[in-house]
Write a protein that binds this ligand. Structure first.
Ligand code: NAP
Ligand code: MG
Length: 478
């Protein structure tokens, strides 16, 4: 067990929890205990804020170029150790090797992208229309940022926040998900070696997530809270942030529609759905959740998609040649199983999979449902697993209405032959991101985020930096 970093990382030091508390991290492929990790307390959370407070001034005073160079070194070191990091992601999250390597590369890119963006934060100079005063507008680091991340991308959901925070000049305290704290802890030696000073990045695993995050949001030194996770927890954090008027960034749940038009390239659409549905085993807020196929092309589309799903190999993700690893925990697996049973009970047709295997590990096979009735629970809630729920449509107006009929608004996918119609459709969909003839939208250079109850703010791209900055305007006369 000593092969993992398992303590709290505060002010550049590895420490046990103030009360000695710990919790276990399991390997979802065999349900064995991988590691026992320190469980941070409120006292530890406040120690993180003390460390961050001390690190803030000197880091913000460094030139943007210097901050960028530290991030660039972090990218290089991450890439040097990428195999090791991907392996750790598989061990604690379960995702198969290809998915883990995909995540690791995506995670590293946020250090490279924000190394480059650190020097591209600009403002403007103007003249007040009436008084003639000079208006000088620039960006300042917002201050201490509390980052709370989910288990589905143990590395990337953290680096997508740490990269822009450091580029902007902010110190951070990161509370990783309790299912998967090991990857974030393992990144700390990399950041240290890259030149991140003590206290700038603190990692606080904790089973008492509500108490430790609550204590940090109740402390006026915290100026930003950036959360990725469920809409339910996001709402609680927004309430807590209100008391000290802390700047929130919220990446919450999704319920992505995937629309296949009559004139779409069917093979490309089936391939795109494989990515949109099966990347990360469906454990993604961006996963296609409601699939609408034009009635005239349902047959060839389903045939092609089922064949691709049937070809996937399920097993322990640490082994070579595995496409589908276990789900992260029993709760997630049981929920997926419930969605399938519920849909079938209500009249859906099971085209593939649907039966959970015996034995250890939280496995669930690639599953395809057709003729899913509107009343099925899986259409309303995030499936978060390898289950594709297919419905049909005839009329484009009708499919737009159905696609928009959700409180979520993260991402929608459209496959369409005629790009003029495809663009018109895309613009009418109430989602923060659209994949048009693409099953993947995530890109470090693009603003990731949702509308409605999928969140507030954007991560990645130019926009991601603004989440960790405050605009200052100086009115001057000379
Ligand atoms: P979750 O239960 O909301 O947990 C996310 C994080 O919040 C974890 O670190 C968790 O800690 C912590 N947390 C839980 N309750 C808290 C509280 N009362 N106060 C403060 N922190 C608290 O979400 P999850 O089950 O891990 O992840 C799945 C969800 O994340 C899905 O809804 C998915 O759509 C969403 N997600 C969204 C995006 C996006 O960018 N929009 C990306 C990925 C995932 P513990 O682990 O210790 O409970
Ligand atoms: Mg959870």
């Amino acid at each position: 067990m000593t092969r993992f970093k398992t303590q709290l990382y505060i002010n550049g030091q590895w420490r046990d929890a103030s009360d000695g508390g710990t919790f276990d991290v399991l390997n979802p492929a065999d349900e064995t205990v991988l590691a026992t990790v320190a469980s941070g307390t409120v006292e530890d959370a406040l120690a993180c804020l003390d460390a961050a407070e001390a690190a803030f001034g000197p880091w913000a005073a460094r030139s943007p170029r210097e901050r960028g160079e530290v991030l660039r070194r972090a990218y290089d070191l991450f890439m040097d150790r990428i195999e090791e990091i991907a392996r750790l992601i598989t061990l604690e999250n379960g995702k198969a090797g290809g998915d883990a390597m995909g995540e690791a590369k995506y995670a590293a890119e946020f250090f490279r992208w924000y190394a480059e963006e650190a020097v591209r934060s600009d403002g403007y100079l103007g003249m007040a229309p009436a008084s003639g005063a000079r208006l000088m507008v620039h960006q300042k680091p917002a201050g201490i940022a509390v980052l709370v991340t989910p288990w589905n991308y143990p590395a990337a959901m953290g680096t997508r926040k740490i990269g822009p925070a450091l580029a902007a000049g902010c110190p951070v305290v990161i509370k990783p998900a309790s299912e998967t704290p090991l990857t974030m802890l393992a990144l700390m030696p990399i950041l240290e070696e890259a030149g991140v000073p003590p206290g700038l990045v603190n990692v606080l695993p904790s089973r008492a997530s509500g108490a430790v995050v609550g204590a940090m949001l109740a402390d006026a030194r915290t100026r930003v809270v950036s959360f990725t996770g469920s809409t339910e927890v996001g709402r609680k954090l927004l309430h807590a942030a209100a008391d000290n008027v802390i700047k929130p960034a919220m990446e919450l749940g999704g319920n992505a529609p995937f629309i296949v038009c009559k004139d779409a390239d069917i093979e490309a659409a089936a391939e795109g759905l494989m990515v949109a549905k099966m990347r990360n085993l469906g454990e993604a807020c961006t996963a296609a959740n409601r699939i609408y196929v034009h009635q005239d092309v349902e047959k060839p589309f389903v045939q092609s998609f089922v064949a691709k799903m049937a070809a996937l190999k399920m097993g322990n993700g640490i082994e070579d040649g595995i496409d589908v690893g276990p789900l992260v925990n029993a709760e997630t697996r049981d929920k997926v199983e419930f969605f399938v049973r519920d849909a079938v009970d209500k009249g859906a047709a099971l085209e593939l999979g649907g039966v959970r295997p015996n034995g250890a590990g939280y496995f669930f096979p690639p599953t395809v449902l057709t003729h899913v009735p509107d009343t099925a629970e899986c259409l309303r809630d995030e499936i978060f697993g390898p289950v594709a729920a297919i419905q049909t449509f005839l009329d484009e107006e009708d499919v737009i209405r159905r696609a928009n009929d959700t409180e979520y608004g993260l991402v929608a996918y459209v496959y369409c032959g005629d790009m003029r119609r495809g663009m018109a459709l895309a613009e009418r969909l109430e989602f923060g991101m659209i994949g048009l003839n693409r099953g993947l939208v995530s890109d470090p250079a693009a603003p990731f985020g949702g509308v409605k109850q999928s969140g507030l703010g954007r991560e990645g791209g130019k926009d991601g930096l603004l989440e960790f900055q405050e605009t200052q305007y100086i009115s001057a006369e000379w």
